[in-house]
Design a protein around this ligand. Structure first.
Ligand code: FE
Length: 191
C-alpha cells in the first residue's frame, strides 16, 4: 500500500488543494490567480531594491530589520510576503538561510528558488556544517566570523541583508541594487 509520504510533492500538494477547495476555503481560480501573481512578479530584483534602500536610508533599515513584512510592503511587495524576517550580515557575523523541512523561501523577493536550495544535501548539511557548505560555494569565511543558520518555518521566511561593499559610497540606489545577487540574499555569497 502506498502511504501519503510516498507520493510526489506535486501530488500531495494537489491533494491538499482539493481538500481546501472541498472545504470551501478557496477555489481553483483563486489558487491560479495567486500563483500567477506570485510568479510574474517574483524576482531577486525585488529583494535587491529593498537592500539598496536599507543601505541608503537608516529609517528604512530599522523598519526592515524590525518588521520585514512592513519593509516589503513599503517597497510595494506587501501582497506577496508573509512572516518575513531580514537578518543583517556584518564583518563579524554572517547569516545563511535554509528550510530543513522542505524548501520555504521568500519567492516574491528572491525569485524562484535554485535547485540546490531544495536539495537534501543543502537542507541537511547547512545546519550541521555551514562553514563547509559555504566553502563549497566559494565563500571561505574567516574562522572568527560567526555563522547563524536561519531555518524557515510555516510562520517565517528569511532574507539576508548583505553588508554594503566597500567603495560604494558614491553610488545611487539603483546602482547599489544592481550589486545585490540572489545568492547574496540567501547568504551563500558575499557581494
Ligand atoms: Fe519549507
Amino acid at each position: 500500500m502506498t502511504g501519503h509520504d510516498d507520493l510526489p510533492v506535486a501530488a500531495r500538494t494537489r491533494q491538499l488543494e482539493e481538500r481546501l477547495i472541498a472545504a470551501g476555503l478557496t477555489s481553483d481560480d483563486e489558487i491560479d490567480e495567486f500563483l500567477t501573481r506570485l510568479y510574474t512578479k517574483a524576482s531577486p530584483v525585488n529583494g535587491a531594491r529593498m537592500v539598496a534602500r536599507a543601505w541608503t536610508d537608516p529609517r528604512y533599515r530599522d523598519l526592515l530589520l524590525s518588521d520585514g513584512d512592513a519593509g516589503a510592503a513599503e517597497m510595494g511587495f506587501g501582497d506577496l510576503t508573509y512572516g518575513l524576517r531580514v537578518v543583517p550580515n556584518t564583518g563579524s557575523a554572517h547569516n545563511v538561510i535554509v528550510c530543513t523541512l522542505c524548501s520555504c523561501y521568500p519567492v516574491s523577493l528572491l525569485g524562484p528558488s535554485p535547485g540546490w536550495y531544495k536539495s537534501f544535501a543543502y537542507r541537511s548539511r547547512t545546519v550541521r556544517e555551514p562553514r563547509a557548505v559555504l566553502a563549497e560555494f566559494g565563500l571561505a569565511l574567516p574562522p572568527d566570523t560567526g555563522i547563524t543558520v536561519w531555518d524557515s518555518t510555516s510562520e517565517a521566511r528569511y532574507m539576508v541583508l548583505p553588508a554594503r561593499p566597500d567603495g560604494t559610497g558614491e553610488l545611487a540606489e539603483d546602482d547599489l541594487a544592481a550589486l545585490v545577487t540572489r545568492n547574496g540574499l540567501i547568504g551563500t555569497a558575499l557581494l
